[in-house]
Write a protein that binds this ligand. Structure first.
Ligand SMILES: [Fe+2]
Length: 200
């Protein structure tokens, strides 16, 4: 049987406990956290990890991953930020597929990495857990996807969806996006780091 590396297990348990702790009783966020807790009992296949060198230079990773991780390690979800830190060098950061180079602020201001899921450090098809990094002031483009999604902010940021005005989840909150809804997010004055959790 495949076993999960200890640092990945530690991160997952901490992150899903934080979701369960923050999710209101009876909320879809709580249902997502329970689904994921149940699914991660099965371990996926080891992923490829970060290609060396990365296929394309990502200035945002060079410039902002360190400061964002530092902020996450002292923020309201500090335990999750601390558990995430040893995984960061193993992640394959990429631009969003189809990101438009003409939108330079977004193109060079964001990067995504899968932790569990396709291209992640654990390959599996039944869930995606990953993170988004953005430079201060970056607006992530509107997007949608069939699975529902919960975001856990590790640093300050704001979220929007087609049924919700721009919202700061605050130090105790979560953001929930129903299946298929248009949504976006933006960084404030500090680097942005947030985790996303999607049962597939
Ligand atoms: Fe999303």
């Amino acid at each position: 049987m495949t076993t999960r590396p200890a640092d990945l297990s530690h991160f997952l348990l901490g992150a899903l406990a934080e979701l369960a702790h923050r999710a209101p009783a009876g909320s879809p966020e709580l249902a997502v956290s329970r689904t994921l807790v149940s699914r991660i009992k099965t371990v996926g296949q080891p992923g490829q990890g970060a290609p060396e060198p990365l296929p394309e230079p990502l200035p945002v990773v060079d410039r902002w991953l360190g400061p964002a991780s530092e902020l996450a390690r002292t923020g309201p979800a500090a335990a999750v930020g601390i558990a995430l830190a040893p995984l960061l060098p193993c992640l394959a950061f990429r631009r969003r597929k189809g990101a438009d180079p003409a939108n330079a602020a977004f193109y060079d201001g964001h990067a995504n990495a899968m932790i569990l899921g396709p291209g992640g450090i654990e390959e599996r098809g039944d869930l995606w857990i990953g993170l988004t990094l953005m430079a201060p002031g970056t607006l992530y483009v509107d997007h949608d996807h069939p699975p529902e999604e919960v975001y856990l902010a590790l640093t300050p940021g704001e979220w929007w969806n087609a049924r919700m005005d721009w919202t700061d989840p605050g130090p105790e909150g979560l953001i929930y996006n129903p299946p298929g809804i248009r949504h976006a997010m933006r960084a404030g004055a500090t680097p942005f780091l947030a985790l996303w959790f999607l049962p597939i």
